[in-house]
Design a protein. Sequence first.
Lengths: 302, 302
Amino acid sequence: MNFGHLTIIGVGLIGGSLARALKRADVCDRIIGCARSVPELEKAVRLGVIDGFCVDPTEAVNKADMVVIAIPLGGYEQVFEQIAPALKNDTIVTDAGSVKGSIIESARRKLGRHFSRFVPGHPIAGTEKSGVEASFAELYDNHRVILTPVEETDPLALDTVRKMWETAGAGVDFMDVERHDEVLAATSHLPHVMAYSLVSTLSKMEESGDVFRFAAGGFADFTRIASSSPHMWHDIVFANREAVLDMLDRYEAGIDELKEALRNDDSEFVMNMLTEAKQARDDFADNRKRRHVDPETEEGEE
Amino acid sequence: MNFGHLTIIGVGLIGGSLARALKRADVCDRIIGCARSVPELEKAVRLGVIDGFCVDPTEAVNKADMVVIAIPLGGYEQVFEQIAPALKNDTIVTDAGSVKGSIIESARRKLGRHFSRFVPGHPIAGTEKSGVEASFAELYDNHRVILTPVEETDPLALDTVRKMWETAGAGVDFMDVERHDEVLAATSHLPHVMAYSLVSTLSKMEESGDVFRFAAGGFADFTRIASSSPHMWHDIVFANREAVLDMLDRYEAGIDELKEALRNDDSEFVMNMLTEAKQARDDFADNRKRRHVDPETEEGEE
């Protein structure tokens, strides 16, 4: 398998790691990076992540066989508009955005006749770090990538993108767009909002000096995701606003039940909630471990 | 420094690790364990954590120079009552409970004339695991222990307990009881409740299968503390109920502001909240790192 001329728009942790993984597999003729910052692009070339770069998206894609967009969600509409006129008839376009509904809407509006060769994708991988210097070839190894094709999506384009991610080390799943956005709101967007919001609440407390001084390892783990890029997360919570608001409502309803139980001395309710939650968390951890030790499933994570 | 005959009531992660740390320093004549479960105590002897054991608290303390209680909070009142008649005139009693107000009240009620030699303490260390097999001698190395003496507390007893924790590898701070319980509600009790509650909310969702399947590393870090002992956390949230409820209210107020901003398309509010939170989290992480690399301060954590 060879993916020919690949253009990656957005050479950060996600785009840069994909470039590194594909170079590791030696499956591209050439990988061109596109981004707004020339120093960042020069750094990416120096690090051997890309072979060359181009600041203008239109120009960057005119020879591409495959285009991967991996930028904060707020930039997609414009990028689709900029690349549409320059795409070849058979260029495949895919993306790595964390919310699929809003990106598919933008693509439908702006890619025109190329929309059928747009394959919406989302690699479930990342760290709290960002930027090309944080990228590494192993990021996708044994991680899942979710593709959310729509009715118009060309099966051949879909299959090529699937193979690209598998070559990069990942396992690929297909999912309905709406379900993807709901599941991700639950597993990723809600926890991020919770972590940012916790740190925000604590930093506004009178005792915030002591609070952060006496916070231990559990707190560090719990708030690690609040060190992620604010720009990226700003775009995600707005792009998936309805699902995020719905999850926040569900979550607050659970908190309110717990408060009620605490006030009413309902020891049994609290004990049951904690016990069931621990069981669910332990099952989740066991499943992760099992996937990790069983290479056949290609699902493990570090 | 020698602490003589030490009795540890509750030989789990916290009590067991203290025994191991003091054995490492060779500063006790004898360490006796006391717990309800004989098989657990036998395991502790086999692991070399304690030198012997006694199931009855009254009997377990009658030769002790120092007694350390490290059990779930719900058990303190009874243990104080059981040991009071058997304590020598100069026996020092201390504890490792996560909430200080409720324990001090129990001690005042039950220890009688020994109350002045009770030193309330709380090591800020732990993992999500429990039981003596999870204990290790290094648990307290470079961690903080907070002591919350009250007016009656004997300065000599306080000093001896401080030295014991320093010998176990920790750095010791003194704090007002109420402030301790507020700070811990913020840094520890609130995050635990949040994590348990998140897992509980997700496990009740129709899509919970996919939710846990597609949860990644960030989610694993975020929910690790929900694998802690439900019994222990049940006792903590009730023992520190007012402070926990207050923190939950503050936290929900922050979430509600964010929901409002999302609904009103208030991009600037959301961006500011995320940016300030990331800054606070990064500062916290930097401070932790600095403490860890600077051995003089003895404050680092892994």
